[in-house]
Design a protein around this ligand. Structure first.
Ligand SMILES: Cc1cc2nc3c(=O)[nH]c(=O)nc-3n(C[C@H](O)[C@H](O)[C@H](O)COP(=O)(O)OP(=O)(O)OC[C@H]3O[C@@H](n4cnc5c(N)ncnc54)[C@H](O)[C@@H]3O)c2cc1C
Length: 268
């Protein structure tokens, strides 16, 4: 019997703070972390049977197996809910997948990829765990990205790719299940954004308050230095930045929750 994702990955709060701190250092590494622990492990945890969770989640939590999540397609990102083109056809004890996926994080080296495809029989979206080396699965690294360059994204081709019924996520029967996985990971994206903003703030502050800084190409002007308020004694710059941004940003409720949690940690 599987004993729960939190036993391996920690609570969602811990996971959120990890996203914040990892993104603070490198958003690419946070993308790797979010895809692996959130989208891939999250899909199996939300949509897998107990046997499937026990089979995949413990080795994934130990990073012995790396996961990816493939929903985006060449013709559909934001609007993929309305038109997933990758198909799944049941053929006895296995399924045959055909189609293409785009931008798949960790997709070049993942041990298993959670692929979302539309069942030809009932038209519903279902989830399949496609393991590395499965015939008919091909992943090509996307080159020339302008950002998030460390995390590898792949174009994926599925050509008569056979996956056993054992690898179909047993509790995913429509796109609303997929959507639930996406919903559960959005908090992590917000945490990561806060980490990025903290780092950007710290670099800008360091540059603005110093006459010469490694953070900028040339020394800042004196007017630039006066724009940035000095930190109050005992309070960190990033704490002030987080508080200010929380007050200003017309962002989602979820993002504001992350800000408030971070404010508690770093001080107002
Ligand atoms: C670094 C990176 C990593 C990624 N990792 C993964 C991954 O691991 N797995 C995965 O499945 N996908 C991944 N993606 C894909 C990502 O989820 C999609 O890029 C995203 O869903 C947007 O889809 P799109 O690129 O097709 O853009 P589009 O949906 O074509 O959007 C383009 C623009 O049009 C706007 N727009 C779209 N629809 C509407 C509308 N109805 N009304 C008004 N404006 C609209 C959008 O806001 C955007 O500005 C990744 C992408 C990147 C860049």
């Amino acid at each position: 019997m599987y004993d729960g994702l939190a036993a391996h990955r920690g609570t969602r709060l811990l996971s959120g703070f990890l996203s914040l701190e990892i993104a603070h250092a490198d958003p690419s590494v946070n993308s790797f972390y979010g895809v692996h622990t959130g989208l891939a492990m999250g899909s199996i945890n939300r949509c897998g049977s107990d046997e499937q969770k026990q089979r995949w989640l413990p080795p994934m939590a130990r990073l012995e197996k790396i996961g990816a999540f493939a929903i985006t397609e060449p013709h559909g990102g934001s609007d993929v809910a309305g038109g997933l083109e990758t198909t799944a056809r049941r053929a006895g004890g296995h399924w045959v997948l055909n189609g293409a996926k785009k931008w798949i994080g960790n997709g070049t080296f993942a041990d298993l990829i959670v692929v979302w495809a539309r069942d030809e029989a009932d038209g519903e979206v279902k989830g399949f765990v496609v393991e590395k080396g499965t015939p008919g699965l091909a992943a090509t690294k996307i080159e020339g990205k302008v950002a998030l360059r460390t995390v590898q994204n792949a174009d994926i081709a599925l050509t008569d790719c056979e996956v056993s019924e054992d690898n179909r996520l047993q509790n995913a029967s429509s796109f609303s299940d997929t959507n639930d996985v996406l919903r559960l990971t959005r908090g992590g994206v917000s945490w990561g954004s806060v980490g990025c903003m903290m780092a950007a703030y710290e670099l800008a502050l360091e540059y603005a308050q110093s006459g010469s800084s490694s953070a900028g190409p040339s020394p800042p002007s004196s007017s630039c230095r006066t724009i940035w308020p000095p930190c109050e004694p005992g309070r960190s710059g990033k704490g002030q930045a987080v508080t200010a941004l929380a007050a200003e940003a017309p962002w989602s409720w979820a993002a504001r929750q992350q800000y408030q949690a971070a404010t508690v940690r770093y001080g107002r």
